[in-house]
Structure formats: structure tokens, C-alpha cells
Design a protein around this ligand. Structure first.
Ligand code: KIV
Ligand code: ZN
Length: 567
């Protein structure tokens, strides 16, 4: 029995305090009947969550990790949205879309300009895909598209055929399929398959359907779409009623063979179906799901090709980079998912794990006993361990991370893999460093007014220093920073949690701030949580500044291509 983990967490939501004054593809060796394809849309639908926007380096880091996780398809973005989005999809296609890597997909509204941009962006991938969509529900047709069913029935296959002339692998989604009339969906899907769609994706765009309804919708499509055997049925769903994963599993029972999901379930509004929950449900309950794929119940062959041991690491990476925290009781990847608090449960688990555990923490790569390096460990041991953990750093990043490791090893007797991950992420996965925090110092105590001094290097190289008094030490630091970096903002979330157990644990600080109607996040880890708080804040401000310099990206679903083109 492994020691039960104990972690500390502080979560605070504030609407006040800080303002400026203050593997393989669908064409892989296994046929889709033999397994379920995992289509990850963290970098597209996930990135549409408020405040989750990522820079190029961060998108590349996530895409590389998704490849290690062995997702089948990465939806890398919406290339028409902005030059930055285009470049990110193109770079991912080039760096991650190798022959043995995942399919790289770009989203496009049903318009020639969108499709052309998507085709150009995914072109460097060995297995490129275009995902084009057009709404099919009467509500969307009437109020959003201002088009008739007949018009949609003409535009969709025309755009699929155009996409097919550029890229072989085409996916089509009738947006808001969950609220569409099946009698309209059937001929629409038939038409796009005839035009060359190889995957038809059925989105529950507003998270409205129930599992039995969604399963029934997929069954109806299987039974009524004449040419459905020429395409893979995919599902996409939002979690507005908390039913996305259940809906997908019902869809699998009825013939869906591709699941569109995101890490930690991030995405528009309440998010998308969570990849880790779907994959682990299909893993833990494979004897239940096997027969739906025509396998004997006892078959041990995995239902997905996901390397489940990479799940936890992927979850932490996405959470750190997007600033979207994982709730402690979140299934599979929450801090409490494998913790046993109650005495009865602990007793049972000690006698036999099966009493209260349906899966091993190790199966998602959550190794609870990973004490590794210490004060005397050298650069080689450090590098070797990082490689074992899946981090391949440039010489420069390795040097920076090694300095941080030595500093930490001086303060902490045992440096665990968790600490190493936190250091590497902190040193290498940061927002562009426009402003650099050179120094932070705080004095506080029960009889003192918390006072902070900061020194910040500005983008033009000047070193500015200022000081402020605050309600608490973090408030004082943020006020001092605001005196140097004067950008109005409102701190809407501040969270501190420990990286490891113990009094000498490193603290990870995640913050989210709002500037006008946009949200930006910052993240940092340090044994001193005041220092981590200061770095997290500067990192969020750097993101804010970098974004203000860029063109605001288009949202794929809020504006139709017809409106944009004045059609
Ligand atoms: O939710 C949705 O319908 C989408 C489509 C673009 C597939 O994200
Ligand atoms: Zn969506």
C-alpha cells in the first residue's frame, strides 16, 4: 500500500482587490470497427474557453504531449481566425503531424476562404484533415444563418467537395445536430458523404440531449443514412447538463467510433466531454463495451490507443498552461480522485485495494512514490530524469531549470518528480517575458502593515522599482507591480496549492485576471508562495500585453462565414 497523499490547497475567488490602482489515424492499420478513435480538440474548442488562450510555444507543448498520449487526431485550431492561429496549426502540423504521429486537423466554417486557410495550415502534416461545419437545427438556420434547409442542403456538399479537392481526409459537422430534425440530418449526411466526407461528426453543440436520446440519434443515423458505412460516425458534445461523457458512451453503444473531447473537459461554457473520463471508462469497463464493437466481452485488447499513463501529466500541463484549474473531486485527474480519507475506506484499501478502488493510480501515470533527486545530484542525473519524465529541453532551458533545481535542493531535502515537473513548466512554459520580475521583497506580520518592494525590467530594458502597502502580503505585491505595469485589470481568481506533501512543499499559484471583456491567466511555482504569486501575476500581465498587440481572433461559431462575406 502506498502512503496516502496529503496536499494543501487554498482557493479564493475575488471580484475586487486588484485593479490598476490597486500514432495513428483513421487510416491506421486497425480498422475503426476494432477500436474507438480519440479526437482531441483541446487546442480548438478547449482554447475557446474564456481565458484559456495559449501562445504558439504553449500550443506546441500541448500538441507534443497529446502525441505522447497517442490521441488519433489533434484538432489544432481554427486557421482562418487570425494569422497567429494559422501559424500555430501550421507549426503543429509540421512538428507533430509525422507519419507515425496523429492526424492534424484544422477547423473551417463552410466557406471557401475558411477551407482554403485550413488546407494550407494542415498541409505540412503527413496526415492532414479539414473539419468543416454548417448548422442544421431550425433555430440556427432561422436566427444565425438566415438560410433555408434547401440552401444548407446545397452549400454543405459543395463545401465538402471543395475541401476534398484540397485534402483527402474530410470531416463534416452539422452544428447543433442534437437539436436538429433527424429527418433533415439524414439527407444532409448522405449528401456530404457522397461529396467525399470520410467522417461525419454529430455535435450536441449546446449540451441539451440526454444519453438515451443521443444514443437514439446515432442509431437513427446508422439505420437511415444510405451511405453511412462509407464514413466514421463521430460525436462532439458540451457539458451544459453534465451529460457529455454519458452521451458519448451511449453513442458508442449505438455505433459512434470517434469521440471528440478535451483534456480536463475544458471548452465553451461548461466545457466538452473529458478525454480522461471517456478513455478510462472504456478502459476500466472494457468487458461491458467490448461486445458493442463486436469483440468477446473478455477481450483484453484496448478499446482506444491512448497511452493512459500519460493522462495525468497531460492534465497538469493543460491546467498549468491554460490557467483552468482542475477541481479536487474531478473524476480521474482531480487531487482527491485516488485519495482515501475515511477510516473505513483506508482500512479496506489496506486489506485489498479492490474494496474501494476500481483502477490503479499508476494506470493514469499518477505515481505516488516518486522521490528522486537530492542536493548532490549532478546535471547528468537531472537531465536523465527529465528525459525519463518525457521532457526534452533545449540546452538553454535545461540550464535554467538546473539552476532552479539546485536552489530548490538547497531548501528541500528530497526533490520529487512533481517538483521537477513544476520547475520545468515554470522555467520553460511561460508567457512571453515582456516584463521581468527581478526582485520582490515583502515585510509583514501581525503588527506590521504588509509592505512590498518590486524591481521590474521593462520591455525596453529599464529597471523600475516601486513599493506599496496592501491588505495582505500578496495584495501589497500586486499593488507594487501595478504601480510599475499600469494596465487596468481585475483579479478574478487566485489559487495556491502544494506541488507535493510536507511543510517544505513548493506552492503553485494560478491566477486569472480580467481586462475589459477578456480573461488572462498566469501560473508559477516556488517554495515561497509570495514569490510564486508575484511571478504568476507578472506572467498574466505579460500575456495580456502580448495579446493586446495581436489581432483579435475570430470565433468560429459566433459569426457565420456568410455574415463575414456579406452573403
Ligand atoms: O460544438 C460544436 O458544435 C462545435 C462544432 C464546430 C463541431 O464545436
Ligand atoms: Zn464544440
Amino acid at each position: 500500500m502506498k502512503p496516502l497523499r496529503f496536499r494543501w490547497t487554498v482557493l479564493m475567488s475575488s471580484s475586487s482587490s486588484q485593479s490598476s490602482s490597486s500514432s495513428q489515424s483513421s487510416s491506421s492499420s486497425q480498422s475503426p470497427e476494432e477500436r474507438i478513435l480519440i479526437f482531441d480538440t483541446t487546442l480548438r474548442d478547449g482554447e475557446q474557453s474564456p481565458g484559456a488562450s495559449l501562445n504558439l510555444e504553449e500550443k506546441l507543448a500541448i500538441a507534443r504531449q497529446l502525441a505522447r498520449l497517442q490521441v488519433d487526431i489533434i484538432e489544432a485550431g481554427f486557421p482562418f481566425a487570425s494569422p497567429g492561429d494559422f501559424e500555430a496549426v501550421q507549426k503543429i502540423a509540421d512538428a507533430v503531424g509525422t507519419e507515425t504521429g496523429p492526424v492534424i486537423c484544422g477547423l473551417a466554417r463552410a466557406s471557401r476562404a475558411d477551407i482554403k486557410a485550413a488546407a494550407a495550415a494542415v498541409r505540412p502534416a503527413a496526415k492532414p484533415r479539414i473539419h468543416t461545419f454548417l448548422a442544421s437545427s431550425d433555430i440556427h438556420l432561422k436566427y444565425k444563418l438566415k438560410k433555408t434547409r434547401q440552401e444548407v442542403l446545397a452549400i454543405a456538399p459543395e463545401m465538402v467537395a471543395y475541401a476534398k479537392s484540397l485534402v483527402e481526409d474530410i470531416e463534416f459537422s452539422p452544428e447543433d445536430a442534437g437539436r436538429s430534425d433527424p429527418e433533415f440530418l439524414y439527407p444532409l449526411l448522405e449528401a456530404v458523404i457522397d461529396a467525399g466526407a470520410t467522417t461525419v461528426n454529430i455535435p450536441d453543440t449546446v449540451g441539451f440531449t440526454t444519453p438515451a436520446e443521443f444514443g437514439g440519434l446515432i442509431r437513427g443515423i446508422k439505420q437511415n443514412v444510405r451511405n453511412i458505412d462509407q464514413a466514421i460516425i463521430s460525436v462532439h458534445g458540451h457539458n451544459d447538463l453534465g451529460l457529455a461523457v454519458a452521451n458519448f458512451l451511449c453513442a458508442v453503444e449505438n455505433g459512434a467510433r470517434q469521440l471528440e473531447c478535451t483534456i480536463n473537459g475544458i471548452g465553451e461554457r461548461a466545457g466538452n466531454a473529458a478525454l480522461e473520463e471517456l478513455v478510462m471508462a472504456l478502459y476500466v469497463r472494457r468487458s461491458y463495451y467490448n461486445p458493442f464493437l463486436g469483440r468477446p466481452a473478455a477481450s483484453d485488447a484496448p478499446l482506444t490507443q491512448i497511452n493512459t499513463q500519460e493522462i495525468y501529466k497531460t492534465s497538469r500541463l493543460v491546467s498549468n498552461l491554460t490557467g483552468m484549474l482542475v477541481q479536487p473531486n474531478k473524476a480521474i485527474v482531480g487531487a482527491n480522485a485516488f485519495a482515501h480519507e475515511s477510516g473505513i475506506h483506508q482500512d479496506g484499501v489496506l486489506k485489498n485495494k479492490l474494496t474501494y478502488e476500481i483502477m490503479d493510480a499508476e494506470s493514469i501515470g499518477l505515481n505516488t512514490n516518486r522521490i528522486t533527486l537530492g542536493k548532490l545530484s549532478g546535471r547528468n542525473a537531472f537531465r536523465t530524469r527529465l528525459v525519463e519524465l518525457g521532457f526534452e529541453l533545449s540546452e538553454d532551458d535545461l540550464n535554467k531549470a538546473f539552476v532552479r533545481f539546485k536552489e530548490l535542493a538547497d531548501k528541500k531535502r528530497e526533490v520529487t518528480d512533481w517538483d521537477l515537473e513544476a520547475i520545468v513548466k515554470d522555467e520553460t512554459q511561460q508567457a512571453p517575458e515582456l516584463y521581468k520580475l527581478e526582485h520582490v521583497q515583502v515585510s509583514c506580520g501581525d503588527k506590521a502593515r504588509p509592505t512590498a518592494t518590486v524591481i521590474i525590467r521593462t520591455p525596453d530594458g529599464a529597471e523600475l522599482s516601486d513599493a506599496a502597502i496592501g491588505e495582505g502580503p500578496v495584495d501589497a505585491v500586486y499593488r507594487a507591480i501595478n504601480r510599475v505595469i499600469d494596465i487596468p485589470n481585475e483579479l478574478i481568481e487566485f489559487s495556491v496549492k502544494s506541488v507535493t506533501e510536507g511543510i517544505d512543499a513548493m506552492g503553485e499559484v494560478t491566477i486569472r485576471l480580467r481586462h475589459e471583456d477578456r480573461i488572462f491567466s498566469g501560473h508559477s511555482a516556488n517554495v515561497d508562495i509570495i514569490v510564486a504569486s508575484a511571478h504568476a501575476y507578472v506572467s498574466a500581465l505579460n500575456r495580456l500585453c502580448a495579446t493586446l498587440q495581436e489581432q483579435r481572433p475570430l470565433h468560429p461559431q459566433r459569426e457565420t462565414a456568410f455574415q463575414a462575406a456579406g452573403v
